[in-house]
Design a protein around this ligand. Sequence first.
Ligand code: PGA
Length: 232
Amino acid sequence: MNKRFLFVCNFKMNSLDVMEYVNAIKDDHIDNLVLCPNFCDIKDYAILKRNGIMLGAQNVSEFSGGAYTGEVSASMLKESGADFCIIGHSERKKYMFETLSQTNQKAKRLLEAGITPIICVGEDTEKGDDFAVRYVLLELNEVLKDIAISKVIVAYEPIWAIGTGKVPSNSHIQNVISAIKKYTGVEVCLYGGSFGENNYKEISSLACVDGALIGGASLKPNLIVKIQKDLR
Ligand code: PGA
């Protein structure tokens, strides 16, 4: 493998002691790993920046600042050390009823703060390539409105593959990600959904896939570092 495969680790609402990653990484320098802990832990993880690790958040407010109880702004994330932020994750759409137009606003706030949005899209049911392509392009049509395409990352995450151990075929991943790139102009596209020990070799070898958005496996720092080393 010669391209740099980006790993974006989404810890979700889990608290993982930074020392677990510190111990797994040791003195290594890893410049293609983005760790996205919960808001409270981001500042603790800043110590890993000296190893080349980059930091991200899992959500941001669609507003820039002011009387919005419970919200965290893009500029606050930037000050905490985040250079990336996951937005529009299917769990936020399902449980927090986040809409595509809110995700679009969030992307705008992030870009204003100099943070790279990682925009999640993905179909909810397993109905083949054409259905998936139509589904994600409709989502992106709304989410990418008036956005500088070259400044965002898209994560293709079929919802039925998240946390289930089910992974689409290589050709499905390739077809959907190639269509996203062709029809939107987005240059960096990740795959997400049960990425881990059993499939990292195959998925990282797909030419159109630039990286992975990793949930469950990201809570195992030794595994992430092992996969990282293996793909070098
Ligand atoms: P998973 O989660 O790797 O546990 O399937 C991916 C995600 O939700 O981003």
